[in-house]
Design a protein. Structure first.
Length: 295
């Protein structure tokens, strides 16, 4: 059985029609294309004028819902990995999602974002609706063991903390009813890696399409025996249900190099947080991971 020495992976098999999810080794460097405008995405109206609070960021919330089609193929013990994280701090001009690949572009230069902050005290539990997030370091709360039935799709969440509340802080998203090529999602290691990443280019489709979301595909390539990570490409578009990945990115990889294919739906919001005196950023991620090979 072939398997990958995976950089970061976890999976999910839902009792609903949702297809899947997972985490790639992280995100992307800006190259060409239009950057995601976090200042205008789904900003929630507040009950008081925005002029009474700062335009600076005072916190960040994220829920990452992951599922892997074939956990055994990547050395992971299970399918679901659902995590929630909250950060609160003094106002900062930093942007937690500036690492995301600009829309209508691809890159092979993957990186994450570091925001310099002065964290607030974290001594009591915080809540995303009824989801409990215990303190997890200075100015940070986290729940790394969420169950699938705790996640309500397409729902606005209220954040409650010892420092105040944020009404309608973010809206969750949903997963997929279908992903094609469907052979990406084989769950049996005996059949996994059948799908082809073509050196002539590959078209991917999925459903449903969600408005006001972005869709990223990361293809990570490994040696044919799966023991070494060789490189990755990430492409981002507004969610349209289809994406073409040019074959140019795979010309230097040998025939039957193994690949993990990460489908990531993103929803970024910025919400006025009256009680905290600034803007609250959020990032919802729904991820599915499949297997393939290069030829």
């Amino acid at each position: 059985m072939k398997g990958l020495l995976f950089f970061t992976v976890l999976a999910i098999a839902s009792c609903t029609t949702d297809v899947s999810i997972m985490k790639a080794d992280n995100q992307i460097q800006h190259e060409t294309g239009s950057a995601i405008d976090t200042s205008s995405l789904d900003r929630e109206p507040s009950s008081e004028p925005d002029s009474q609070i700062s335009d600076l960021t005072i916190g960040f919330g994220k829920i990452h819902f992951r599922q892997i089609a074939c956990p055994a193929c990547v050395g992971e013990p299970g399918e679901f990995d659902i995590t929630a994280e909250l950060k609160l701090h003094s106002p900062t001009s930093g942007n937690y999602t500036e690492h995301l690949t600009p829309v209508s572009s691809c890159t092979t230069n993957l990186h994450d974002t570091h925001v310099s902050i002065q964290p607030l005290l974290s001594s009591e539990n915080a809540y995303f609706n009824d989801i409990v997030l215990p303190p997890s370091g200075q100015g940070t709360w986290a729940n790394t063991y969420m169950y699938e039935n705790q996640y309500s799709r397409n729902t606005f969440y209220k954040i409650t903390t010892e420092h105040g509340t944020v009404d309608n802080a973010f809206q969750t998203i949903e997963g997929f009813d279908q992903i094609n090529p469907y052979t990406l999602l084989w769950v049996d290691p005996s059949y996994a890696f059948e799908a082809v990443i073509s050196k002539s280019g590959t078209t991917f489709t999925w459903a449903p399409v969600l408005p006001a979301t972005q869709f990223e595909i990361i293809i990570a390539v490994y040696t044919p025996d799966g023991s070494q990570f060789l490189g990755a490409v990430s492409c981002m578009e507004n969610d349209s249900g289809m994406m073409f990945i040019p074959g140019d990115y795979f010309q230097n990889y040998s025939y039957w190099s193994l690949a993990s294919v990460h489908f990531l739906r993103h929803k970024v919001m910025s919400t006025p947080a009256q009680e905290l005196g600034g803007q609250f950023q959020s990032h919802m991620i729904w991820e599915v991971v499949g297997t393939a090979h290069v030829e």
